[in-house]
Ligand binder design. Sequence first.
Ligand SMILES: [Zn+2]
Length: 293
Amino acid sequence: MPAKTAKHAKHQPAKRRHRRVSAAVVAGLGLIAGGLAGVTASPAEAAASVSGTVSTGGLVLNVRKEARTGAARVGTLLEGAKVTIMCQVKGNPVSGTVRSTDLWDMIASGMYVSDAYVKRPATPLPLCAPPTPKSGPTTTPAVGTSGWVLPVPAAMNSGFRTVDRPSHNGMDLAIARETPIKAAHAGVVMRAFCNVSAGTCDTDGSLSIVGCGWSLEIRDDEGITTRYCHMVRRPTVVPGQRVAAGDLVGFVGSSGQSTGPHLHFEIHTAFPATIENAIDPFPYLKAKGVPVR
Ligand SMILES: [Zn+2]
């Protein structure tokens, strides 16, 4: 069955809403809800992360590859540094200047700091999901030396900011509903959310609905962020989760501003993903040795 041509005028998120928290909340900590200020958020999106402030009494705080004091140190944070906490994991106990705890915070880079030295809202934070199980050799696409893969095995049927669709900030890959979507690269899931101007993401959208539908954003260690839109249901990964290139992250659908099953795929040079930092995915993927066509 030929895939219906997917057309949609644009993929600007449904509502621009900069999250703010009253200054009365924990004065002095400079908290912002979700660590997502300036990022568009849909009404259906749950808070994905919180901001914290490093408080060590003047010492530097070690950033580690794993949630334990003996793990490799990958950097340091200064007193007063702001961190975006994606989720927490149990590690070894640490007695710090803020609290004594065995919890460690996974920060936006996917690395860990002891929660004993981080001032943050008292609200409990989600525990990090366990790593995605590796799929068998028959379902794992070949990952080239670049570390990038094509998220679905489809040809591009609509490109980036074409004459017809100057506000189309990604590429469309039309393919059957329920086709598994793979992470294009390794990174940390930053957002997994429903983005529609009206109704739900759990039904097919239309041209009159604005938004990406069921959406996902993954950020790599350099900040490159990929966005996946119009999934048939909630992505299979959650914020804070580390994924490898080729890991299953969701399934093709037609939610949001879409008229037929396809994956709308965007690449951004930084996180948060904005219209300004969107780049043309086609030449980028080609340069990475990914077989785009
Ligand atoms: Zn599109």
